[in-house]
Design a binder for this molecule. Structure first.
Ligand SMILES: *Cc1c(COP(=O)(O)O)cnc(C)c1O
Length: 362
């Protein structure tokens, strides 16, 4: 048997016909940027997340950059962030002219260790940018408490958490503003690049609508030095077509996660936490293994493709030489041990049987 980590053709096949019909109509309309389809998708996604505003932008990185820029924090401002997040979270902070302050994750949940945030707060700290990594919401209550104690903003990188919940609220509705990505591999994926910001703040939403479009308040009238970062009409149609299926696709990922959690019985494998299965949207099913690379190679020989999220932590990247001196042992260990198993919604029960049987044999 051959099981790829993620096959985008298979992922989109159930939606293909409807997307083709809807995109054809859109093409015939002759209107391609900032039109009715974007407005409709923004309303639908805002309603889905449970917020007042959704602002469609070019991609997930831009969503976070614009969100941070919208606040005009002073130059030396610091933003607290998990050290094991995807590099795009850190790029957003530096591209907004701010300084990332890295905090180690909890090695079991992979989320920012909320107990290690307070010691990093200085007079320059302006915000905590929380990544809901792998599809599970971070533990927000202690973060909200710290934010109110120290008057900080809270932002979410929700690029992996479309539909994930914390208590009764969805990711994207747990902070002052959240960035989403609709990169094709995400739980809600476009057929190209796309992103959005969600917020309940009217002023922020207004500012972001200008910032994504050259800073224009009216045509050719610029209030700020903006970006060109718009979610185009075709991607908006595709996302609008796929959104009604997000919950059921998340449910399929969850069903696979449940099987993995109960049936993988290999003492060398550390499974992800099983305490919040229903709230997690399982963007990635991440295990740990001490001999990760060797184990991955053995799985590959058995036809099972896996992935690593991520092989090199941001603070060890050449691009971030200013962070290279940091020692973050938990983050560094996780980057050597994490392995993502196939958990796409289209996988059959026979395919999952095979993955489980193989993992238990090795
Ligand atoms: C995908 C992703 C991003 C970036 O989104 P793009 O649309 O690729 O720019 C940011 N943060 C996290 C956690 C992501 O997974």
């Amino acid at each position: 048997m051959k099981i790829s980590f993620l096959d985008l053709q298979k992922l989109n096949l159930p939606h293909q016909q409807l997307i083709q019909e809807n995109v054809s109509q859109q093409i015939a309309s002759g209107w391609y940027i900032l039109g009715k389809n974007l407005e409709q998708f923004e309303q639908s996604f805002a309603a889905y997340i449970g917020v007042k505003h959704c602002i469609g932008v070019g991609n997930g990185l831009e969503a976070l950059v614009l969100l941070l820029k919208a606040y005009n924090f002073s130059e030396n401002s610091e933003v607290i962030v998990a050290a094991n997040t995807y590099i795009a979270t850190i790029l957003a902070i530096t591209q907004a002219g701010l300084t990332p302050v890295l905090v180690e994750p909890n090695a079991e949940t992979y989320q920012i260790d909320e107990g290690k945030i307070e010691e990093k707060i200085t007079e320059n700290t302006k915000a905590i940018l929380v990544t809901h990594l792998y599809g599970r919401c971070a533990e927000m209550q202690p973060i909200w408490d710290l934010a109110s104690k120290y008057q900080l903003k809270v932002f979410e990188d929700a690029a992996q958490a479309h539909g994930a919940t914390y208590r009764t609220q969805k990711a994207g509705n747990l902070s002052d503003g959240a960035g989403f990505s609709f990169y094709p591999t995400k739980n809600l994926g476009a057929m190209g690049d796309g992103g959005a910001i969600t917020t309940n703040d009217d002023n922020l939403a207004n500012r972001l609508r200008k910032l994504r479009n050259y800073g224009f308040s009216l045509k050719n009238i610029a209030d700020f030095k903006g970006h060109n970062s718009r979610l185009d009409e075709i991607q908006a149609v595709i996302l609008q077509t796929k959104l009604p299926f997000l919950n059921s696709e998340n449910q399929s990922r969850r069903a696979i996660a449940k099987r993995y959690l109960s049936e993988i019985k290999n003492p060398a494998i550390i499974l992800p936490p099983a305490n919040r299965i229903e709230e997690d949207v399982w963007h990635l099913f991440v295990i740990q293994h001490e001999n990760r690379d060797e184990f991955r190679e053995k799985l590959s020989q058995k036809g099972i493709e896996t992935a690593i999220h991520y092989p090199v932590p941001p603070h060890q990247q050449k691009a971030y030489s200013e962070l290279n001196h940091l020692s973050l042992p938990i983050t560094e260990r996780l980057h050597n041990q994490v392995l993502s198993l196939p958990n796409a919604p289209y996988l059959t029960s026979q395919e999952i049987d095979y993955v489980i049987a193989t993992l238990n044999q090795l």
